[in-house]
Design a protein around this ligand. Structure first.
Ligand SMILES: O=C[C@H](O)COP(=O)(O)O
Length: 254
C-alpha cells in the first residue's frame, strides 16, 4: 500500500509574529505537488498556532510541538490535547529528542502522551532516535526499538501516527545521516513494527527522517525506499523548505 509522502516543519522556539507571517506568506505562494503526493504540516510555537492556522493555505496543516500527558487542570504552563482539539489543531509532535533530553521525558511518559493525544482525536508525529554515544556503542536499534515499544504498548490504532526517526547527533548539527544510514534504521524500524505490531501497520505507517535535512540533501534521502518524508527543523524556517516539500516527487512512479 502506498504511503503518502509527509513533510513536517518544526519551527521549534523561533520567530516573532512578523517573521512567522513572512514564513506563512512564502508557503502560501509556493507551487508544490498536490496533497495526494505530499502532506505538509508546519509546527509553530503554541502562541502562534491560531494565527498560523487562520492565514495558512488550506492544503497545509498545523501541528503543536507538544501537549500534556492527560486531561488538563492544575498543570501550570501546560497545554492539553483537548485544547488543541478545541482549536481544530489536527497534529501534535510528541517525544522530540529536545524534550526527552532537556525536560527528562522518558519513553513511558512519551508513550502515555501519544496514547492520550490519539484518544482525544489528534494525529501524532512521534519522534525516536539515538544519541551519538548510543550509535557508536552499537545500540541504535535497541534504543529506537525501546522508544517505539513504549508507544506500541499503549497504542492499538496506528492510522494517525507518523514516526519521525531523528538521530540526535544529526539534529541542528549540519551532520546529516547518510541516505544509507537513514534507510537502514527505517528498514529495521519497519521490520520491528511487522514483528511486534502487525504486517499491515508496518506497511502503512509512515516513517520520516529528521536531522539537518535541507534543500540539497532531501532528494537523495527521500529517494530511499523506507524514507516516507521528513521532519525539518532549521530549514523549515527558510524558503528552501519549499524544495524539501518538492522532494516528494522522487517517489512518483516508485
Ligand atoms: O524536528 C526537527 C529536527 O529536530 C531536525 O532539526 P534540524 O533540521 O534543524 O536538524
Amino acid at each position: 500500500m502506498a504511503r503518502n509522502f509527509f513533510v513536517g516543519g518544526n519551527w521549534k522556539c523561533n520567530g516573532t509574529a512578523e517573521e512567522v507571517k513572512k514564513i506563512v506568506n512564502t508557503l502560501n505562494e509556493a507551487q508544490v505537488p498536490s496533497q495526494d503526493v505530499v502532506e505538509v504540516v508546519v509546527s509553530p510555537p503554541y502562541v502562534f498556532l491560531p494565527m498560523v492556522k487562520s492565514i495558512l493555505r488550506p492544503d497545509f496543516y498545523v501541528a503543536a510541538q507538544n501537549c500534556w500527558v492527560k486531561k488538563g487542570g492544575a498543570f501550570t504552563g501546560e497545554v492539553s490535547a483537548e485544547m488543541l482539539v478545541n482549536l481544530d489543531i489536527p497534529w501534535v509532535i510528541l517525544g522530540h529528542s529536545e524534550r526527552r533530553a532537556l525536560l527528562n521525558e522518558t519513553n513511558e511518559f512519551v508513550g502515555d502522551k501519544v496514547a492520550y493525544a490519539l484518544a482525544q482525536g489528534l494525529k501524532v508525529i512521534a519522534c525516536v532516535g539515538e544519541t551519538l554515544e548510543q550509535r557508536e556503542s552499537g545500540s541504535t536499534m535497541d534504543v529506537v526499538a525501546a522508544q517505539t515499544k513504549a508507544i506500541a504498548d499503549r497504542v492499538s490504532n496506528w492510522s494517525d501516527v507518523v514516526i519521525a526517526y531523528e538521530p540526535v547527533w544529526a539534529i541542528g548539527t549540519g551532520k546529516v545521516a547518510s541516505p544509507a544510514q537513514a534507510q537502514e534504521v527505517h528498514d529495521e524500524l519497519r521490520k520491528w513494527l511487522a514483528k511486534n505490531v502487525s504486517a499491515d501497520v508496518a506497511a502503512t505507517t509512515r516513517i520520516i527522517y529528521g536531522g539537518s535535512v535541507n534543500g540539497g540533501n532531501c532528494k537523495e534521502l527521500g529517494g530511499q525506499a523506507d524514507v516516507d518524508g521528513f521532519l525539518v527543523g532549521g530549514a523549515s524556517l527558510k524558503p528552501e523548505f519549499i524544495d524539501i516539500i518538492k522532494a516528494a516527487e522522487v517517489k512518483k512512479g516508485a
